[in-house]
Ligand binder design. Sequence first.
Ligand code: PLP
Length: 415
Amino acid sequence: MHQPELGTTDAPEVGELTPPTRTLMGPGPSDVHPRVLRAMSTPLVGHLDPSFIEIMDDTQELLRYTFRTDNKWTIPVSGTGSASMEAAIGNLVEPGETVLVPTNGYFGGRMAEMARRAGGDVVEVDAPWGEPLDPVDVRAAFDEHQPDVFGFVHAETSTGVRQPDVPELTSIAHDHDAYVIADCVTSLGGVPLKVDEWDIDAAYSGPQKCLSCPPGASPLTLNDRAMDKVLSREEPTRSWYLDLSLLEGYWGEERAYHHTAPVTNVYALREALRLVAEEGIESRWARHRETAGALKAGIEAMGLEMNVADEYWLPSLNAVRVPDGDAGQGPASTGASRHTVDDGAVIADLLDGYDLEIASGLGDLAGDIFRIGCMGHSARPANVSLLVSALGQTLAEHGAGVDVGAGVEATASRL
Ligand code: PLP
């Protein structure tokens, strides 16, 4: 039988790009600010163009402001949050070193995986999913294992836990001469984060959460102590692309070619960070707390429960327990849910009926929680009001005993 040669088939008929207009209240990406979208449609310049060098300088300065740091070594890494994460871990961990990571969420697990691939020996400090690390346990793990590098997740997107006591954790690590890497993907620009004051050696983030920028250029900052370690490594880091000693040539004084920067993503990040500076970082933290506070008040008033104690509540990611339905009323659970209300079906109905995105739990919390983001440009009254009424209505349709009116009222009274 005659087989057409590869590449000789007719041009596929693919329609114009028309994604639905969603309200993004999941774990990210969040709604992108229109100014950021406009910045992305401005003409490209070369990645070594003198005008782009200025744009790079602006972006670095704005990143320093947002991270609350004077670190010279503050850059957007080309790629998603996992790229800035791997840049931090891959450069700071040397083969044979001991790396202490947390077990209390999905992203601590990813840290462990990256540390192993960097040649590190991974040891763990335990806490259940849904709780933060206890400094007492961290100190005990340091005394037992004497790690060289300690990674923790400041805002665990999988559980909605905000790690408190950060200065205490960093001081334990420094008492043991270790380096501290903080995952700030879901905290940067949304909840208080003070890299210098808290003495964090390296912090990384992503643009698509509280900065409300599309993924593609991901914030990273290292202090001099961390950068000295990176620059005096015995063997180069295993990734050429993420080797900070090479990237220094592009983002440092020299501005020489390493790889082609994602110009449009840098434009976007610069504009997103300009919005942070215009609002003021402290006001932005307050807006997240207040808007997510209204969301939380509505959730609780309708009879749902948050999965995390108030002390560790993370305004940018709200973990809400999947309720059980009134006996016999709700449709049978079909997904990972152990509850009579099927979380997957509720999430699908919100998307179909309201163009509203939220997400289910991951790992140990799969089927048990909804994850509701309140990040950046998504952290605004219109979104929160829609979320509370749409979630309440949909849960009621699925047989949950919720008081939708009380929820809507509680949210409205806080906005
Ligand atoms: N760390 C945390 C806490 C995250 O929430 C995410 C993404 O959701 C990442 C790391 C990885 O970022 P990305 O998915 O952009 O690669």
